[in-house]
Design a protein around this ligand. Structure first.
Ligand SMILES: Cc1cc2nc3c(=O)[nH]c(=O)nc-3n(C[C@H](O)[C@H](O)[C@H](O)COP(=O)(O)O)c2cc1C
Length: 187
């Protein structure tokens, strides 16, 4: 649950959508970030992707945050390296018409600088095809990396988080992003 001071900073005005945070994680970083988002948002629930009975359960969420790491460097597809890869072909067939959907990506901007958070783009495109209203784009200005599939015209298609190299920036990034999500999901 969001604390009072952050609630004030976010400027919450009574109503907010309920975000379902769905994550998959190989070594725990993405799980940790999903839990921290769950603590920051005023009304949210947390689910591990592999615990869903059916990926179609996502259709019933009011608003969605998908959290994925990037692995499988060098592959053109299935870059998450997690259970998201098992569902990436089915997601475009879901009915997410008008549903606010936001993507968080975990990556390593130093060791994998040419592939930074590539997996975000796959989820973004899949949910766009499902009719989702993609929110939570983030400027690339605050990041140092060579290339990313998840970037278009200077904007990431979601929130990149780099726990390997700049974890000290993570809390500020999460708080600012939650503010963006709460605002954009109401528009
Ligand atoms: C073998 C290997 C491949 C990786 N490939 C990428 C990559 O292509 N792009 C990237 O941004 N990060 C890459 N990473 C970094 C991970 O995505 C990063 O450590 C992330 O925080 C892991 O999240 P998780 O603990 O939830 O699995 C790779 C890490 C390893 C060890």
């Amino acid at each position: 649950m969001i604390d009072a001071s952050l609630r004030e900073r976010i400027g919450l005005i009574g109503f907010s959508m309920k975000f379902t945070i769905v994550y998959a994680s190989a070594t725990g970083h993405t799980e940790d970030i999903a839990e921290r988002l769950d603590q920051l948002l005023p009304d949210s629930e947390l689910k591990e992707l592999s615990d869903l009975n059916d990926i179609k359960d996502i259709e019933t969420c009011e608003a969605l945050i998908c959290c994925t790491p990037t692995w499988n460097t060098g592959s053109d597809v299935k870059r998450s390296g997690t259970a998201w890869d098992d569902h990436i072909e089915q997601i475009p067939t879901l009915n997410c018409a008008g549903k606010p959907v936001a993507i968080v990506g975990l990556g390593d901007s130093a060791a994998f600088s040419k592939f930074f958070c590539d997996a975000m783009e796959e989820l973004y495109t899949a949910f766009q095809k499902a009719g989702g209203k993609l929110i939570g784009h983030v400027s690339g200005e605050d990041y140092i990396f060579d290339d990313s599939k998840s970037m278009n015209n200077g904007m990431f298609c979601g929130l990149p988080i780099d726990e390997d190299n700049e974890s000290e920036k993570t809390q500020d990034r999460l708080e600012a992003w939650c503010q963006t999500l709460l605002s954009e999901s109401q528009n």
